[in-house]
Design a protein around this ligand. Structure first.
Ligand SMILES: Nc1nc2c(ncn2[C@@H]2O[C@H](COP(=O)(O)OP(=O)(O)OP(=O)(O)O)[C@@H](O)[C@H]2O)c(=O)[nH]1
Ligand SMILES: [Mg+2]
Length: 368
């Protein structure tokens, strides 16, 4: 197996060299798309070969309202963190590679059950399977949010993690540009909308490189050439992430460092100390908000029964809440009485289209 990987790596290196030589030479433009696509294909093969070599299956059952994966280098403090935010005990130690498998726990916040995964530490070249990296990344891919746990004294770890994820065509906190491609039998390439920032020639080259010669394409957002190849080959993944900047008890400059990191990478940063339990509430709030969920409370029409919490997506309406409670209720719903942040006053009567907010209480009223 190692042989195959070496051969592929060599091929990528050669192609990349050819690419950088050819890139600025306008006369050879036609070949560039082909080289780029070849590089993308070889990278994919390399990753696939690594998957086979390190292909231990990996499965964690998802439960709760949302899932969060803690991702970081060894000894960054992931296990120490899950122990303070979730109902689980994960072993912590001074030495690296303490955690060797995925440990799930539940964080209860604003009555939402948020499943948190503690993971083995990632190292460089994780995308090629080093240190069980692919298994960690494959679990992270299925999470609703990634929390990068970074040791404040090793801030360069953040860029290394981003590099590992980028190598697997995982985009962090980026909106996926909307692209429509319809393959045709003939007629060549027709570009209907192009807001990509790439020239029409570039797009045609990339399509040719991927073996598409007849198609109608529209691109409604900015995109780089690599990203376009990655999207068109259906490999691009888009994930949301925030940073838990850990061990601030050991660095008095933590505020400045947190701000700089947040600005440089346009990412939310929560400076924390897992062992001293500093700013844990702020981190939980950031996690909750980044998940794009709200918690509302259902109140029965009569009696003093306990309010029933319900977690919905941001922007959810009274109609969505009714449907989640019971499909039949959605059809019988006449209106609802709501109190709380989205209500103008207590027990306001609203229709199914009313948009809810965290902390609202709802009483459904049926049309009998
Ligand atoms: N000073 C300080 N030390 C911390 C903090 N959080 C974790 N540590 C220490 O850092 C070491 C590593 O912590 P772990 O929680 O085991 O780190 P991990 O990221 O789970 O490491 P792996 O499982 O090996 O990937 C331990 O000695 C912890 O006590 C913190 O906030 N401040
Ligand atoms: Mg650990």
């Amino acid at each position: 197996m190692a042989d195959k990987k070496e051969v592929l790596q060599k091929k990528i290196d050669e192609l990349q060299e050819e690419y950088s030589k050819t890139k600025d030479n306008k006369a050879t433009n036609v070949h560039i798309g082909k080289i780029r696509a070849k590089i993308a294909e070889a990278k994919k093969e390399l990753v696939a070969a690594s998957k086979k070599a390190h292909g231990k299956g990996f499965f964690v059952k998802k439960t709760g309202d949302a899932t969060v994966a803690l991702v970081g280098f060894p000894s960054a403090g992931k296990s120490s963190l899950i122990n303070v935010i979730a109902n689980t005990r994960s072993k912590t130690a001074q030495y690296a590679f303490t955690t060797t498998t995925i440990i799930p726990g539940t964080m209860l916040y604003r009555d939402a059950h948020i499943q948190v995964f503690d993971m083995p530490g990632l190292i460089e070249d994780a995308h090629l399977g080093k240190g069980g990296g692919r298994m960690v990344i494959s679990a992270a891919k299925s999470a609703d949010l990634i929390v990068f746990v970074i040791d404040i004294n090793q801030i360069q770890q953040f860029e290394k993690l981003m590099k590992e994820l980028n190598a697997l065509e995982i985009n962090i906190n980026k909106k996926k540009p909307y692209i429509q491609l319809t393959e045709q039998l003939s007629g060549g390439i027709r570009i209907e909308v192009n807001k990509s920032g790439l020239s029409e020639e570039d797009i045609k080259e990339i399509l040719a490189g991927l073996g598409t010669h007849n198609a109608i394409i529209s691109i409604w957002g900015r995109v780089t050439d690599d990203e376009l190849i990655s999207i068109l080959s259906e490999r691009a993944i888009y994930l949301r992430a925030i940073v838990a900047l850990n061990k601030i008890d050991t660095n008095s400059d933590y505020k400045k460092i947190a701000e700089a990191l947040s600005k440089a990478h346009n990412i939310e940063v929560a400076p924390i100390s897992a062992t001293n339990q500093t700013n844990i509430g702020e981190l939980k709030e950031k996690i909750y908000n980044s998940l794009g969920i709200i918690t509302v409370y259902l109140k029965p029409k009569t009696g003093e029964e306990r309010l029933m919490p319900m977690v919905l997506g941001k922007g959810a309406t009274v109609g969505d809440a009714a449907k989640k409670f019971h499909t039949a209720l959605a059809n019988e719903l006449e209106c609802a009485q709501i109190s709380g942040p989205s209500a103008k006053f207590a027990n306001q009567k609203v229709g199914a289209a009313h948009v809810l907010e965290t902390g609202d209480t709802i009483t459904f009223i049926r049309n009998k």
